[in-house]
Design a binder for this molecule. Sequence first.
Ligand SMILES: *Cc1c(COP(=O)(O)O)cnc(C)c1O
Length: 393
Amino acid sequence: MSSPEYLVFGQPLIARDEIDEVVDSMQKAWLGTGPKAAAFEKSIAAYKTNPGEAAPFAVGLNSCTAGLHLSCLALDLQPGDEVITTAMTFCATVNAIIHAGATPVLADVDPSTFNIDPADVRRKITPKTKALLPVHFAGRPCDMDALMAIAKEHNLHVIEDCAHAIETLYKGRAAGTFGDCGALSFYSTKNIVTGEGGMVITKDEAIAARIKMLALHGMSLDAWKRFSDDGYKHYDVAEVGFKYNMMDLQAAIGLRQMEKIGAYLERRLVVWNRYQEAFADLPIGLPAPLEDTLSTGSRHALHLYTVLIDPARTGGITRDALLLHLHRLGIGTGVHYRAIPTHSAYKKRFGWDAAAWPVAHRIGEQTVSLPLSAKLTDADIDRVISGVKGLIK
Ligand SMILES: *Cc1c(COP(=O)(O)O)cnc(C)c1O
């Protein structure tokens, strides 16, 4: 028997309809920003509309990183301003703050949700604090009541990193609609993919317009249609911008993906429940039950399924040993994440010592993400489960 194919971590499910939609863009020779990017923005805005409220404005971009960066700029963060974010996130969250000229300040996380701890946020507030940048980790909503109360009290902007949180609800409201801006990712491993891609949603039309302009060199907005039927229009460069716009080729994939967002989430729930049941008796740390979120009208987007491997409980087996063991069995895993202050660039720049964020540091040493994608077959799930159980009993 030939060995099964390598299970690539986070590989998306791409079907005929996505392929056809991309081919359609190519046949029309409209590759860059155009009607499909606009339709995809509309689709996300509709999906992120809260009951009884108007749809947010949505601006398609080439990444969530770009979205976080432009959100910081559009909110006029200045050099010296402090932005409190989480020590347990992807480097892009922190890089965006730094590239906007502001200073990241890290708060530690809650040990059961891995989300930013509002009590530590309070401890980190100084007169220079201008914004909070929470991340809905793995798709589990942050404690937005607590965070928005802090923001109100101290007059802070809020940017939500929704890279994991397209489907996330907090008490019936969509993640990304609590703060000034929410930044979504459609990177290849995320819940909805466009290859590379991102989007900012915001209730503020002026912020949306500024982000849209900054995403295309800072050219005045009618530059988007400068080859319209009315003839050629000169554009004005109103700000020194960036090249962050979303292509129709990307949006073509996303448009078809959005039609399946509910089905994908259901499938990931099946995978999630199989893992929770299979690993219940193992000496490893499992994700907190979903009931926490479901009972309050909230929804976990089920982006990552993370377990904690504590050698003190596993008889000396480390996280890295499990990673290697699964790799040898042809199963790709992820580490989300080593804590931000463990990385050399930040240590050098800010003098951070990871020990100052004990919860994030411990999670960073022990965490491993198992495959969780709509693409997984039942046989794939069995393979992952028996792989884990082959090492840890
Ligand atoms: C993936 C990710 C990003 C960056 O998304 P891109 O679209 O790849 O730029 C930012 N924050 C978090 C938490 C992420 O997981």
